[in-house]
Design a protein around this ligand. Structure first.
Ligand SMILES: Nc1ncnc2c1ncn2[C@@H]1O[C@H](COP(=O)(O)OP(=O)(O)OP(=O)(O)O)[C@@H](O)[C@H]1O
Ligand SMILES: [Mg+2]
Length: 249
C-alpha cells in the first residue's frame, strides 16, 4: 500500500514545554483518519509540524515518500485550518476568484483567469455543491458555505491528502452532516487521503478507518477499530462530557 505520510519518532516542544514525545504513525493512500484528543493535547501542533510550519526537536516526517525538509509539492497537500471559520469576511474577492488564486500562487488574485482554468474552478465548485455562488463575495457567505469554498480551493490543485483541523466548528448539525458526506466523497471517489481533527463521534464511527488518539504527549494509532472500540476511546478521553458528543447523533 502506498504511504502518503510517515511520521517517525517525532518529538516536539514549544521552548521547554514538551508537547509530543516520540510519536510514530503512517497514513496510506485512501485512508480516512480521525485525530482525537483533549484540548491542548497537541493535535493542531502535529498538523503544523507535518506542514513544515514548525520544526521538530527530533524525528522525521515524510510526505508522498519525501522528507519534508526537501519536499516541494505543497500544492498536493490540502489544509483547512482551525481558524478558517473566522476568515476575514470583508475580503473583497468573489468565490471564483478565491479559488482561482490557488491556481496562480505567484500572481494571485489580480491576474485574468484563463478559460480552461475557469472550467477547473467551476468543476470543483460543482463537487462541493457551490456552483450557484461563484460570483458572490466570499464574505457574504455563511460559515458552512465558506468552508465548502475553502475545500474547493484546495481541490483545484488536485491534492493527494487533505488535513482538516476541526472544520465544522460553528456549523449547525445538519450542515455538519452534509460536510462530512462531502469529505467522505472526496475520500472514496477522488481517492484523497483525509486526516481530520474532530471531536465528533458520528464521523469517527461511520467514516474513519483509522483513529489517531492523542494524549499525555503520546499518539496511539488504531487501524479499523470497531464502533465499540471508538466509543471506548472517546469516553476515555472525554469522560463525563461524552454525553454531549453522543447527543448530536
Ligand atoms: N505558539 C505556541 N507557543 C507556545 N505554546 C503553544 C503554542 N501553540 C500551542 N501551544 C501549547 O501547546 C499545547 C498544544 O496545543 P495545540 O493547539 O496543538 O492543542 P490541540 O490539541 O489542537 O487543542 P484544541 O483541541 O484546543 O484545538 C497547548 O498546551 C498549547 O497551550
Ligand atoms: Mg487545535
Amino acid at each position: 500500500m502506498n504511504k502518503i505520510l510517515e511520521v517517525n519518532n517525532l518529538t516536539f516542544a514549544y521552548d521547554k514545554n514538551l508537547i509530543l514525545d516520540n510519536i510514530s504513525f503512517e497514513i496510506n493512500e485512501g485512508d480516512f483518519a480521525g485525530i482525537v484528543g483533549p484540548n491542548g493535547s497537541g493535535k493542531s501542533t502535529l498538523i503544523k509540524l507535518i506542514l513544515g510550519l514548525l520544526k521538530p526537536v527530533k524525528g522525521t516526517i515524510k510526505l508522498l515518500g519525501k522528507d519534508i525538509n526537501s519536499f516541494n509539492e505543497w500544492s498536493k497537500i490540502g489544509y483547512i485550518s482551525q481558524k478558517a471559520a473566522s476568515f476575514n469576511t470583508s475580503f473583497p474577492a468573489t468565490v471564483e476568484e478565491t479559488i482561482a488564486a490557488n491556481l496562480y500562487p505567484q500572481i494571485g488574485l489580480f491576474k485574468r483567469i484563463k478559460k480552461e482554468d475557469m472550467k477547473k474552478v467551476h468543476d470543483v465548485l460543482k463537487v462541493v455543491g457551490m456552483e450557484d455562488y461563484s460570483k458572490q463575495l466570499i464574505g457574504n457567505l455563511s460559515g458552512g458555505q465558506q468552508q465548502k469554498v475553502f475545500i474547493a480551493r484546495t481541490l483545484v490543485s488536485s491534492p493527494k491528502i487533505m488535513f482538516l483541523d476541526e472544520p465544522t466548528v460553528g456549523i449547525d448539525n445538519k450542515s455538519q452532516e452534509n460536510f462530512y458526506e462531502l469529505i467522505y466523497k472526496l475520500n472514496t471517489s477522488m481517492n484523497i487521503s483525509i486526516v481530520m481533527i474532530s471531536h465528533d463521534i458520528g464521523v469517527m464511527t461511520e467514516k474513519a478507518n483509522k483513529v489517531l488518539c492523542m494524549g499525555n504527549k503520546k499518539l496511539i494509532m488504531h487501524t479499523n477499530p470497531s464502533n465499540t472500540k471508538i466509543t471506548e476511546i472517546l469516553s476515555e478521553i472525554y469522560g463525563d462530557k461524552m454525553h454531549l458528543l453522543l447527543h448530536h447523533h
